[in-house]
Write a protein that binds this ligand. Sequence first.
Ligand code: G3P
Length: 220
Amino acid sequence: MLFFIDTANLGDIREAAELGILDGVTTNPSLMAKEGIKGDANVLRHYIDICELVGEAQDVSAEVISTDFKGMVEEGEKLAALHENIVVKVPMTKDGIKAISHFTRVGIRTNCTLVFSAGQAILAAKAGATYVSPFVGRLDDISWEGMNLIKEIREIYDMVGYTTLILAASIRSPLHIVQAAKAGADVVTCPLSAMLGLLNHPLTDIGLEKFLADHRKVNG
Ligand code: G3P
């Protein structure tokens, strides 16, 4: 399973990259706004900064703001031209599916976002999306079992033979990451806190303390 970080914060991206386990980055307009990145030129510059920070072979999802087909195409082509790492993130709408089909035809990689049902995931795959992003946490928020959607999409994609990668998004905890892996997600994208949370186990801390104490007893 690939590990993406879901943030536009350069410090968090750097910290995750330094672990040596990072495969890519996802952003969205809310995450860009959280970092105070505003104005077209600054937004585009920030995407380039992220791509340069993570280096080669790391996909960086950059989301279009336009909601109409023509606008999405213009914006997506501009984003894709910024850097070879860029994957154009397009919302799951009628115009979004048209835009993804267009990008597929011209060889631009896409991430279909805001996916909340298996039907939407089928459309994204049919349009040739590189990634489909089902939002697990937001389904949990409305008392729906978000992880079931990952399992359902996995089953359908395997049965039909769709090659679109399932990117479990809106992942908020270490437990979500483990559950997404068990559900068959190809990729998980999460904040740094969830990624670092995977490190923790009290028996690891207790065990390390004991090893070091025993070493000190003999070595002073
Ligand atoms: O990957 C999508 C993500 O950014 C949304 O997460 O926590 O805002 O639902 P969240």
